[in-house]
Ligand binder design. Structure first.
Ligand SMILES: [Zn+2]
Length: 291
């Protein structure tokens, strides 16, 4: 194995889930699974709506319902982008059901999307009227300097090679353009217990301390904004409870919490109390061309 970020061949195993092991690069702190699928296999999985063999990705309708709940969070991404780049062409990579693109369009941007899942793609097209491509970013064939804003919300962890994607983002950005990105960040001391479910296989990569700076430097980008929040706050949502995975006991626990009045609030309270020693964060990043 070779680290996608820094090229190191060293990889320190942490724990296993879904038949995959997650480990850390000791040089750049990138966390990644020990079996990164090739792009063709990944594309087939996305089109068929599963990963790691049998795990199902969210149905489009569920995804869309989750996005509505997240409206405030998505609006905050638009507000963040506006502070750095107030108008122009906005590309949302992994646009899901299209909520972020709708909000970006309402803020005055010309919007376009990429979504590999066909039913989600249809939802975005219906909601926004925007062009939505069904192939990976690198395969669309965009010209240089095509966009003012490119967003990747909860996308980084699913990429087959983030390094390849960052190189392409650098090429696509106009001078002064920005990438707005949100993904999981796991700091020193990360352990399996920091998350109730890691969904390894669907997620292939997580950032560690300082990893984003390494990616940025390697691809001609510069980090100009970085916000970090405790992950449990946004993770333990009603939608999350209703998405069932492979683990029977976890599914049963989710059902019980979902059906218990105040159950979700209690779970969040418990998880937030643990935050003092949790290594799990949700990171939001803004990157711009270095020169
Ligand atoms: Zn590395």
């Amino acid at each position: 194995m070779t680290c996608d970020c820094c090229g190191s061949a060293e990889w320190v195993p942490l724990f296993s889930e879904n038949g995959l092991r997650l480990g850390r690069c000791p040089d750049c702190a990138l966390l990644y699974v020990d079996d990164i699928p090739d792009p063709t296999a990944r594309m087939t999985e996305m089109e068929e709506g599963h990963y790691a063999g049998t795990q199902q990705i969210n149905e489009a309708v569920k995804q869309s319902a989750g996005e509505v709940i997240q409206r405030d969070r998505f609006q905050a991404f638009v507000d963040l982008a506006r502070r750095h780049r107030g108008d122009g062409r906005w590309l949302d990579v992994g646009c899901g059901g299209g909520l972020l693109l709708s909000l970006a369009r309402d803020a005055g941007y010309d919007v376009e999307g990429i979504e590999l899942s066909a039913d989600r793609r249809a939802l975005t097209e219906e909601a926004t009227g925007a062009t939505v491509h069904g192939v990976p970013l690198e395969d669309v064939g965009y010209p240089d300097d095509a966009f003012d804003v490119v967003s990747l919300i909860n996308v980084f962890s699913h990429l087959v090679s983030p390094a390849r994607t960052f190189a392409e983002l650098r090429r696509l950005l106009r001078p002064g353009g920005i990438v707005v990105m949100a993904t999981g960040e796991f700091t020193a001391g990360v352990s399996k217990g920091d998350m109730l479910a890691w969904n390894l296989g669907d997620h292939l990569y997580f950032l560690g301390d300082g990893t984003i700076e390494r990616y940025a430097a390697a691809s001609g980008l510069r980090l100009i904004d970085h916000e970090r929040r405790w992950l449990p706050d946004e993770m333990f949502s009603r939608e999350w409870l209703r998405v069932k995975g492979r683990s029977g006991p976890k599914n049963a626990l989710k059902t019980i919490i979902d059906r218990t009045p105040g159950g979700l609030r209690l779970l969040r309270a418990v998880m937030l109390r643990r935050q003092a020693d949790s290594s799990a964060h949700s990171g939001t990043f803004v990157l711009t061309p270095a020169a």
